[in-house]
Write a protein that binds this ligand. Structure first.
Ligand SMILES: Cc1cc2nc3c(=O)[nH]c(=O)nc-3n(C[C@H](O)[C@H](O)[C@H](O)COP(=O)(O)OP(=O)(O)OC[C@H]3O[C@@H](n4cnc5c(N)ncnc54)[C@H](O)[C@@H]3O)c2cc1C
Length: 802
C-alpha cells in the first residue's frame, strides 16, 4: 500500500469505485481506495441493479442520465462487462392523480432531453404482458431504463481507475482518521498508515462510523429491503426480455431475472437496520427474510401481475442500504473539516453512482462540482438531524418511496420538533403548519372553528380562498408574519465590513442602512443572496436562507476570514416577526419613540429600537412589496413582541399571515428565492441581480466572472409570466415553450391574489427572453403565458417606499 497519496477513498462499493475512477479521469492519479473486505462488500453486492432516469429533482435526474450513459465508457476502458440490460421501463399509474404526476414528470423530461412517452393501460399491456390492465389507468414509457450487474459495474469502475493510475487495497480496514495541522490526514488502517492530502468517506453502510472517526454524525440510516426472484415463468417463454416496471400504487418494482422475474417492494412498515452502529463483522451477508412484512405488498403484486401468483419463489434477498432523510445522496466537503469529503447515503447506486463520482471529483479537483447538486449537498442538513430525527424521517421516506408527494403536502414524521415561543399563539389562530429544517412555521390560517388541514392536490386547494384573504388583509391594512425560519449571521469585529466587502458582491451599507447582496463564487455563479443590515461600524446582521446555513458557513470558512472578524450563525438565537401593509407604520409608531416618517426612517433603514419593552433590531423592508418592517429579537422576547403587535394592531384589523401568502406576494413582485430562482448554476445577471453588484470596489470574489457575464450577457434570463393557468398554478420545473420549442423551465409559481393572476418565474434562453408570448406546460397542457415586462404588483415599488 502506498504510504503517501493525494486522496484516500474509504470504501469499495459502487460509489467509492466511481469516485476513484472519476478522480483519475479528472487528472488526479495518485489516489488510493481502501476496502475493508472485498469490493462490493456493503450494500452493493446484493442490489437488484435496477436503474432509471426519472427523479423528482431535475438536477439529480440529469446525473442519473449521465450514470446510465457511462457504463459503455467504463466497459470499454476496463474490458469488464457491466451486464447492462437496457430493457426500457414502464411506470404504471393506478389513479388519475398518479397519471397527472406522470404527465408532470414527462414535461420535466423535455428540457432534460428525455424521451418519455405517456401510454394508455392497454398500450402498457402490449409492452408488458404480465400486468392485469384493469388495475391501471395508464403509464409512462422510458426507453433507457434497465438493469446492470452490481459486481460488474463496481469492478469496471475499479479496473478503469487502476488503468488510470489508482491503487486499490483490499482486506484493509480504516480504523481511525487523524487530522494534521496542514489539513491533511493520517489514515490509520489495520495494515499500516497512509498519509493522505484528502479523504473521501464512501463507507456506505459504515459511512456513519467513518464520520464518527472525525467527530461528525452523518444523517443516514440503513433500511432493510427485500426482493424475491421467482422460478422460471412459462409466460416468458419466447418473449423478448421484459421491461423494468414500477407499479406505484402497488409500491412494487419488477424486472426479468433470467427465466423468472424479480419483484421488490418498498413496504410501508419498513424496518431500519443497525440503528446506532453498523457491525464491522457484517460482510457479504444477507438478513433473515421476513415475507410476512411484505405480504400486503406481495398480495397486491400478485393481483396486479397474476403470473407471479402461479409460480414458485426461488430466492428471497433481504439486505440493508442507506438513506438520508430526503432520500438523496450526501455529497461534498464537510464544513468545519479540511479536505474531508463524503459520498454516501446513495440509495440508488446504479442510477446515481456515476453522477455522484463525477461531481465529487470535479469538486475536489476544480473546486466546484460542475453541476447544480444543491439537492445532494451534504451541507443541506444542519445540527437538527439527530439520530432519532434521521431515523423517523428515513423510515417515512422509505415507506413513501413510491407515493406521490403533492406540492402542497407536508409530511408528518418527526413533528413538531422545533418550535418558536409563539407556536401556541399561532396554533390558537388555527395555523396550518409546515416544517422547514425541522422548525414549525405557519403556512396559512384556517378560519377558526374549522379543521386546520389542507387537502393535498396538484391543483388549487382549500387553502386558496384563505390565503387570498390574508393577502388582501396585508394589501389593505396590516398583517403579521413570523420570519424565524430565515438564516441569520451576526458578523462583528473591526474587520467585519472589510471581510464582507470581499465575500459579497454588493458593498456593505452605511450604518443604519440595509443592502441586498448576492454572493458569488469565482465563476460568478450565485451561491447566496443576503440582506446585509449594518447595525454599527463593527456589526453587520446578515439575513439569508436557513437551509443553506452550513453551505454558507463552509464558504465563509473557505474565504479565510481575517483576524478581527467574528461570524456567528444565530438563526435560532434571533427569532423574527414582520408587519406589512399600509397601516403598519401607524401601528409601529404607537410602540416606538423614534420618528418613523419616511424622511426620518426611509425604506431600507435599520436600527436598534425599543418596541414597547422589547429591544429589537428593526428594518424597514418587506418581501411582500408593501410598506413593512422586520423585527429581529432574541428568542426570549418574541412572545411579548407578538402579543404587543397583535394588541396594538387590533384597531387596524391586524391579522396573521403565513408562508403561502408571502409566496404569492413575492411572486407578484418577481422576487426570487434561494434554491428556486437563485442557485449555483445561474449568474447574477441571468438572475436579474446584476444591479446589486457594486463593481466600484476593486476586488471581491467573483468580480471578474461577473464582469464577463455582464459583457457577454449570460446564457439565459429569469423572467416572470402571467399564466392562463386554469385551476392548477405552476409549482416549479415545468417546461416553458416558445414558438413550439422548449426554451426554459419554471423555477416557482403560484397565484397572485392581489393581481388576480397566476404567475410563474423561470429561466429562458436569452435569445427569446424579450419575447412576449410563451406557454407553460401544466399537468400535460400547454397553457398560454405572457411575459410580464415589470412586476405584476406595484411595479415602481412606490408602496414600500411611501
Ligand atoms: C436488496 C437491495 C436491493 C437494491 N436494489 C437496487 C437497485 O435495484 N438499484 C440501485 O441503484 N440500487 C439498489 N440498491 C442500493 C444499492 O445497493 C446502493 O445504492 C449502493 O450499493 C451503495 O453503494 P455504496 O458504495 O455507497 O455503499 P456500500 O456498498 O455499502 O459500500 C461501502 C464499502 O465501504 C467499505 N468500508 C466501509 N467502511 C470501511 C472502512 N472503515 N475501511 C475500509 N472499507 C470500508 C465496505 O466494506 C463496503 O464495501 C439495493 C440495495 C439492496 C440492499
Amino acid at each position: 500500500m502506498r504510504t503517501h497519496v493525494q486522496v484516500a477513498v474509504i470504501g469499495g462499493g459502487v460509489v467509492g469505485a466511481s469516485v476513484l475512477y472519476h478522480l483519475t479521469k479528472a487528472g488526479w492519479k495518485d489516489v488510493l481506495l481502501i476496502e475493508r473486505a472485498e469490493l462490493t462488500s456493503g450494500s452493493t453486492w446484493h442490489a437488484a441493479g435496477g436503474m432509471h432516469t426519472v427523479n423528482g429533482d431535475p438536477n439529480v435526474a440529469k446525473l442519473q442520465q449521465y450514470t446510465i450513459e457511462l457504463y459503455k465508457e467504463i466497459e470499454q476502458i476496463s474490458g469488464q462487462s457491466c451486464g447492462v440490460h437496457i430493457t426500457g421501463g414502464v411506470m404504471l399509474a393506478g389513479t388519475p392523480e398518479r397519471m397527472d404526476w406522470l404527465r408532470m414528470a414527462k414535461a420535466r423530461g423535455r428540457y432534460l432531453g428525455m424521451d418519455l412517452e405517456l401510454l394508455s393501460a392497454a398500450e402498457c399491456k402490449k409492452l408488458f404482458p404480465l400486468m392485469d390492465e384493469r388495475h391501471f389507468v395508464g403509464g409512462m414509457y422510458d426507453p433507457i431504463e434497465g438493469h446492470v450487474d452490481p459486481y460488474g459495474v463496481t469492478h469496471a469502475y475499479a479496473k478503469s481507475a487502476q488503468i488510470g493510475g489508482a491503487q486499490i487495497v483490499r482486506q484493509t480496514r480504516v480504523v481511525d482518521l487523524k487530522a494534521r495541522t496542514d489539513g491533511s490526514w493520517d489514515v490509520i488502517t489495520d495494515q499500516g498508515n497512509v498519509h493522505a492530502e484528502h479523504v473521501v468517506n464512501a463507507g456506505g453502510l459504515w459511512a456513519r462510523e467513518v464520520g464518527r472517526m472525525v467527530g461528525i454524525e452523518l444523517p443516514i440510516l440503513a433500511m432493510e429491503h427485500q426482493y424475491l426472484i421467482t422460478e422460471d415463468m412459462p409466460e416468458l417463454r419466447g418473449l423478448k426480455e421484459q421491461l423494468h416496471c414500477i407499479d406505484f400504487e402497488g409500491e412494487i418494482y419488477t424486472r426479468q431475472e433470467r427465466g423468472g422475474m424479480l419483484m421488490g417492494t418498498y413496504e410501508r412498515a419498513g424496518v431500519p437496520w443497525s440503528e446506532r452502529e453498523t457491525p464491522w463483522d457484517f460482510g457479504q451477508d444477507l438478513l433473515p427474510n421476513d415475507l410476512e412484512r411484505i405480504a400486503p405488498s406481495l398480495e397486491v403484486g400478485f393481483e396486479h401481475f397474476p403470473a407471479f401468483a402461479k409460480v414458485g419463489i426461488k430466492k428471497v434477498v433481504n439486505g440493508p442500504f442507506t438513506f438520508a432523510p430526503d432520500g438523496n445522496p450526501l455529497v461534498g466537503p464537510v464544513r468545519g473539516l479540511t479536505n474531508y469529503w463524503v459520498a454516501c447515503g446513495v440509495m440508488a447506486g446504479f442510477s446515481q453512482g456515476g453522477g455522484v463520482g463525477l461531481s465529487l471529483a470535479h469538486w475536489m479537483v476544480d473546486g466546484d462540482p460542475g453541476a447544480d447538486i444543491w439537492g445532494m449537498d451534504v451541507a443541506r442538513y444542519g445540527d437538527w438531524t439527530s439520530l432519532a430525527y434521521t431515523n423517523a424521517k428515513v423510515r417515512e421516506n422509505y415507506s413513501r418511496r413510491f407515493r406521490i408527494r403533492f406540492p402542497n403536502e407536508e409530511l408528518p414524521a418527526a413533528r413538531p420538533l422545533r418550535t418558536t415561543p409563539i407556536y401556541e399563539r399561532l396554533a390558537a389562530e388555527n395555523a396550518v403548519f409546515g416544517d422547514y429544517c425541522a422548525l414549525e412555521h405557519a403556512l396559512w390560517f384556517a378560519p377558526k372553528g374549522t379543521s386546520a388541514t389542507e387537502e393535498v392536490t396538484f391543483r388549487r386547494s382549500n387553502a386558496h380562498a384563505h390565503v387570498a384573504a390574508e393577502c388582501h388583509a396585508v394589501q389593505h391594512g396590516v398583517g403579521l408574519l413570523e420570519t424565524s425560519n430565515y438564516g441569520k449571521f451576526d458578523v462583528t469585529g473591526p474587520a467585519a465590513a472589510r471581510w464582507l466587502n470581499h465575500v459579497m458582491a454588493n458593498k456593505v451599507p452605511e450604518v443604519g442602512r440595509i443592502a441586498l447582496a448576492p454572493m458569488l463564487n469565482e465563476r460568478g455563479r450565485l451561491i447566496g443572496d443576503f440582506t446585509m443590515c449594518r447595525v454599527s461600524e463593527e456589526r453587520v446582521f446578515l439575513v439569508g436562507t436557513y437551509a443553506a446555513e452550513d453551505y454558507y458557513r463552509r464558504w465563509f470558512e473557505r474565504s479565510n476570514p481575517p483576524a478581527g472578524v467574528h461570524i456567528r450563525p444565530c438563526a435560532m438565537q434571533y427569532t423574527g416577526l414582520s408587519i406589512a401593509g399600509p397601516r403598519s407604520r401607524e401601528l409601529l409608531q404607537k410602540l416606538v419613540r423614534e420618528d418613523l416618517s419616511t424622511a426620518a426612517f426611509p425604506f431600507l433603514s435599520f436600527r436598534r429600537m425599543e418596541v414597547g419593552m422589547v429591544p429589537a433590531l428593526v428594518g424597514r423592508i418587506s418581501f411582500t412589496g408593501e410598506l413593512g418592517y422586520e423585527f429581529w429579537v432574541t428568542t426570549d422576547y418574541q412572545r411579548a413582541l407578538y402579543d404587543l403587535l397583535m394588541q396594538a394592531g387590533a384597531e387596524y384589523g391586524i391579522r396573521p399571515f403565513g408562508g403561502r401568502a408571502l409566496n404569492s406576494m413575492r411572486l407578484e413582485k418577481s422576487y426570487g428565492n434561494w434554491a428556486r430562482e437563485f442557485r449555483p448554476i445561474y449568474g447574477a445577471f441571468e438572475a436579474g441581480l446584476g444591479r446589486y453588484i457594486d463593481f466600484k470596489r476593486s476586488a471581491f470574489i467573483g468580480r471578474d466572472a461577473a464582469l464577463a457575464e455582464q459583457a457577454g450577457g449570460g446564457e439565459r434570463r429569469l423572467i416572470a409570466l402571467a399564466v392562463d393557468a386554469g385551476d392548477a398554478d405552476a409549482i416549479g420545473d415545468e417546461p416553458i415553450w416558445h414558438a413550439g420549442k422548449v426554451v426554459g423551465w419554471v423555477t416557482s409559481g403560484g397565484y397572485g391574489h392581489r393581481v388576480s393572476t397566476s404567475i410563474a418565474l423561470g429561466y429562458v434562453d436569452r435569445a427569446v427572453a424579450g419575447e412576449a408570448d410563451f406557454e407553460v406546460e401544466l399537468i400535460g397542457e400547454r397553457r398560454a403565458a405572457v411575459r410580464l415586462a415589470q412586476p405584476a404588483y406595484d411595479p415602481k415599488g412606490l408602496l414600500m417606499r411611501a
